[in-house]
Design a protein around this ligand. Structure first.
Ligand SMILES: NC(=O)c1ccc[n+]([C@@H]2O[C@H](COP(=O)([O-])OP(=O)(O)OC[C@H]3O[C@@H](n4cnc5c(N)ncnc54)[C@H](O)[C@@H]3O)[C@@H](O)[C@H]2O)c1
Ligand SMILES: O=C(O)CC[C@@H](O)C(=O)O
Length: 389
């Protein structure tokens, strides 16, 4: 029986994919084989020794200690693209919120409740909330991954002139991107020329404060910025000053902070980007499938800290070996197994950065002596024998 610890509320359709005959899910476990998490911060969490994998039902993994997990042989997954449509829809809404003071207008109208002739009274004040149309305006999309591509294409459909920047654009992303999107190779061009800028990059040490004093100084006066990606992509001191002087006309963000809530022209939402039933179901289903494939077959799909690897099951007993990516590992693994009298029937190996993953199907149940001998190989991080194949 595998124990899955839930660090956030996870959609039932995802949990239902974890067969109760083999899995129990709870928020209360101290010992657990897998984690299902959304945005809960795990940096200060001490993981139990039997934790094998963490599935993030979502895209961003900045809430997970990826390096520590890699060192401890804990495979971390995310669910690429599973919430992209939900976020795209909120960004389209964000474009409107960045243009007209819709929120201010709604609040003003509410404040008139009970006023005689409320219709004309409301209209009298409406000019304060007017703003430009987005048609024909230039939108800069920074980050053209699952979400950025969808946002760029949607904005083309809304008759915006769209510029896109992503130095690591994937082939898949390029194929999905509308040919109407102008490909920009220097982010400063986006800063200097766009009327609207939307951020769709992960939060990493490289992207933290991508919107900083230098970037804002290059921007057009009255630029409108949408940030549904992560709060820390924007230096909030700089943003507060830019909003106060009108350099940035409006900042729409999905991340609450006292500094931004104090700004009249900031529109702040409570991290709503992926909060649709469709997206929550998609993410949970994908995350549950990743956990099952890994725990039951050793397959790694959509990992952010280990290489993806699938070795088709063809019978026998399987060893899943997480190790350092250093010379001679495969030779040591095969010679150790051979010295223990085991025959290798099938195997696969892939590396990613400092780490590698090897699946070995052997001709019999690996004894404790075999497992101990493999564990003793220099550079080996974690050895798991899958017995239920
Ligand atoms: N508000 C929400 O609820 C919500 C929901 C989903 C995702 N997000 C955030 O959005 C981010 C993007 O999500 P995604 O699904 O599109 O991820 P993704 O991995 O598909 O795309 C990210 C893209 O950013 C690009 N990139 C990385 N560094 C860059 C840089 N310095 N400049 C330009 N491009 C760069 C990558 O090449 C990649 O194409 C997530 O990491 C997460 O932080 C927020
Ligand atoms: O789980 C959520 O609601 C937010 C997820 C989002 O921030 C992500 O990075 O996918």
């Amino acid at each position: 029986m595998y124990q899955v610890k839930l660090f956030n509320k996870i959609s039932k359709v995802g949990l239902d994919r974890l067969d109760p005959a083999n899995y129990t899910c709870s928020e209360d476990f101290d010992q657990y084989d897998a984690v299902l998490v959304r945005s809960a911060k795990l940096h200060d969490t001490k993981f139990p020794e039997n934790l094998k994998c963490i599935a993030r039902a979502g895209a961003g993994v900045n809430n997970i200690p990826l390096d520590r997990c890699a060192e401890e042989g804990i495979v971390v997954f995310n669910t690429p693209g599973a919430n992209a449509n939900a976020v795209k829809e909120l960004v389209v809404c964000g474009l409107m919120l960045a243009s007209r003071d819709i929120v201010g207008g709604i609040e003003w109208t509410k404040s008139l409740a009970g006023t005689p002739d409320i219709g004309p009274a409301a209209e009298k004040g409406k000019s304060k909330f007017a703003g430009p149309e987005i048609m024909g305006k230039r939108l800069g999309v920074i980050g053209l991954g699952a979400i950025g591509v969808q946002v760029a294409n949607a904005a083309v459909g809304l008759d915006m002139e769209v510029w896109g920047y992503d130095p690591y654009l994937s082939v898949d992303g390029a194929l999905k991107l509308s040919r109407a999107v102008k490909h920009i190779t220097d982010v400063n061009e986006i800063f200097a020329n766009c009327d609207y800028i939307t951020l769709h990059v992960p939060l990493t040490p490289d992207t933290k404060y991508i919107i900083n004093e230098d970037a804002v100084a290059k921007m057009k006066d009255g630029v409108r910025i949408i940030n549904i990606a992560r709060g820390e992509l924007v230096d909030e001191d700089v943003m507060a000053a830019a909003l106060a002087c009108g350099k940035v006309a409006r900042y729409v963000s999905d991340f609450a902070s006292d500094a931004m809530l104090a700004q009249k022209n900031a529109v702040i939402m409570p991290h709503l980007g992926a909060s649709t039933p469709e997206s929550e179901d998609n993410c949970a289903k994908m995350a549950a499938a990743e956990i099952r494939e890994f725990l039951e077959y050793g397959t790694i799909r959509n990992s952010v800290n280990f290489p993806n690897l699938k070795v088709p099951y063809e019978g026998g007993h399987r060893l899943c070996l997480i190790h350092k990516n250093v010379p001679n590992m495969i030779a040591q693994i095969t010679s150790t197994l051979s010295a223990q009298g085991m025959n290798i029937e099938n195997m696969g190996n892939r590396s990613r950065g400092d780490y590698a993953y090897t699946i070995v199907d052997v001709n019999g149940v690996p004894t404790d002596a075999v497992l101990d001998a493999i564990r003793a190989v220099d550079g080996m991080i974690r050895v798991r024998s899958i017995e239920n194949l």
